[in-house]
Design a protein around this ligand. Structure first.
Ligand SMILES: [Zn+2]
Length: 195
């Protein structure tokens, strides 16, 4: 007794009683569905990167590490499901887990976007001294100004900045960082200016 790859119903003949597909047709159907959902997942990753660039969270780096791990775990799970289909093994539980993870980057993108876009609070101006800077190019370029922290329990802040601000400031500059509280409490940075 196995589960139909297409509809998940238990089947004991080649033709599924529930959806009427043969084993081969069901396999074709689930592989197409996996591919489509993987595309939706990848687009969600792009949406997340766009949202995190538009309204960069002050604590962007731990968020990016989390989403990066989730991203590769999810794609790895998708590959396991695909291999098990090719070997005609059970995939029902893993498939559901994989499908459940597909919307996660979209949800996180919405959270970051909503947190910034609907935040009408005035920015808090935090004075800081630039200690260094850090840029990573590649598919997801990230630029950070390393500045002294204004928060009690932090020593440094890694402030996400755009290219203009990144080039404009050097070590030793005293700057004002515009920090918003965020609609749902995720502080984000709208800009850095010279004091
Ligand atoms: Zn079926």
């Amino acid at each position: 007794m196995t589960h139909c790859l297409n509809c998940g119903a238990e089947r004991d003949a080649d033709i599924c009683e529930s959806c009427g597909l043969s084993t081969a047709a069901a396999e074709f159907s689930i592989r197409r569905s996996l591919l489509n959902r993987t595309a939706v997942f990848l687009l969600g990753g792009i949406a997340f990167v766009a949202a995190s660039g538009r309204y960069p969270a002050l604590e962007l780096d731990p968020i990016l590490i989390f989403i990066g791990l989730l991203f590769f775990l999810t794609l790895g799970l998708g590959m396991i499901v695909e291999r098990r289909i090719l070997k005609h093994q059970e995939v029902e539980v893993l498939k559901r887990l994989y499908y459940g993870l597909i919307p996660v980057p979209w949800l996180l993108a919405l959270v970051l976007f909503g947190n910034g876009a609907f935040d009408s609070s005035k920015p808090q101006i935090e004075p800081a001294r630039v200690i260094g800077k850090f840029a990573m190019m590649g598919p997801v370029p990230s630029r950070r100004l390393i500045v002294s922290s204004w928060r009690e329990d932090h020593h440094l802040e890694r402030v996400p900045v755009d290219r203009g601000d990144f080039d404009r400031f050097t070590s030793g500059d005293v700057v004002d960082v515009q920090v918003h509280g965020g609609l749902i409490g995720i502080p984000w940075v709208s800009g850095v200016s010279r004091q």
